[in-house]
Design a protein around this ligand. Structure first.
Ligand SMILES: CC(C)(COP(=O)(O)OP(=O)(O)OC[C@H]1O[C@@H](n2cnc3c(N)ncnc32)[C@H](O)[C@@H]1OP(=O)(O)O)[C@@H](O)C(=O)NCCC(=O)NCCS
Length: 183
């Protein structure tokens, strides 16, 4: 499987997370507004550093990839996105993403994930892309629906996060549906 190390969209470059990105990513990963519905939230820079090391190791082991989303205008890292839990045999993977709060509502994730999904279906050859979304994460559900994902069901008390068991909505996009959307 080929996981592109760089993707290009109209407004953004998606590239490998560099060590100089850790402080800004930590500011997002430790922000309680950003992490409200995420299963990870880090208090220390060291935890974020370890997460970056883990994310950067994914392509080597064919487990996934995570890109920094960089604004072409000013070089700012706005957030990150990618896929993990690759099941090569079944040609599927799970997507994940986040943006700094001040960058919400500008269509950044639509544009970034559109490029990621195009890469997933055309270059990598996935057949199914999944997303697990905590109940209540309205913005993420909306983003996924606009990209063509459909809700398949609810996994009850699937994750223990932020001190409690949480239901997860399963959403997915199939390659044939992506191709139909593209016309
Ligand atoms: C989930 C998350 C990335 C969504 O961010 P977002 O900015 O709402 O996402 P999108 O890129 O889909 O943006 C869509 C919004 O931008 C608006 N927008 C503005 N300019 C736009 C443009 N040029 N193109 C497209 N949309 C644009 C759209 O109208 C839409 O807003 P609306 O739905 O209120 O009409 C963000 O809320 C986040 O980081 N949340 C925390 C982390 C998280 O929960 N991650 C997911 C775990 S499953």
């Amino acid at each position: 499987m080929t996981h592109a190390l760089k993707l290009d969209t109209a407004r953004f470059i998606l590239r490998k997370i560099e060590s100089s990105d850790i402080e800004i990513l930590h500011s997002y990963w430790s922000d309680e507004i950003v992490t409200e519905y995420m299963n990870t939230s880090f208090k220390t820079l060291k935890e974020s550093q370890q997460m970056v090391d883990l994310l950067n190791s994914l392509p080597e082991s064919n487990e996934g990839i995570r890109w920094a989303i960089v604004d072409k205008n000013n070089g700012m890292v706005l957030g990150s996105c990618g896929y993990h839990n690759v099941k090569a045999e079944h040609r599927r993977a799970e997507v994940g993403y986040e943006l700094g709060h001040r960058y919400w509502g500008k269509g950044v994730m639509q544009e970034a994930m559109h490029a990621v999904l195009q890469h997933c279906f055309t270059t990598v050859g996935f057949n199914r892309i999944e997303a697990f979304v905590t109940v209540g994460n309205r913005r993420s559900i909306h983003t996924l629906e606009k990209l063509g994902f459909q809700t398949e069901g609810v996994l009850k008390e699937y994750e223990f996060a932020q001190g409690k068991f949480q239901d997860q909505i399963v959403m997915a996009l199939l390659r044939k549906d992506w191709e139909n959307l593209a016309g």
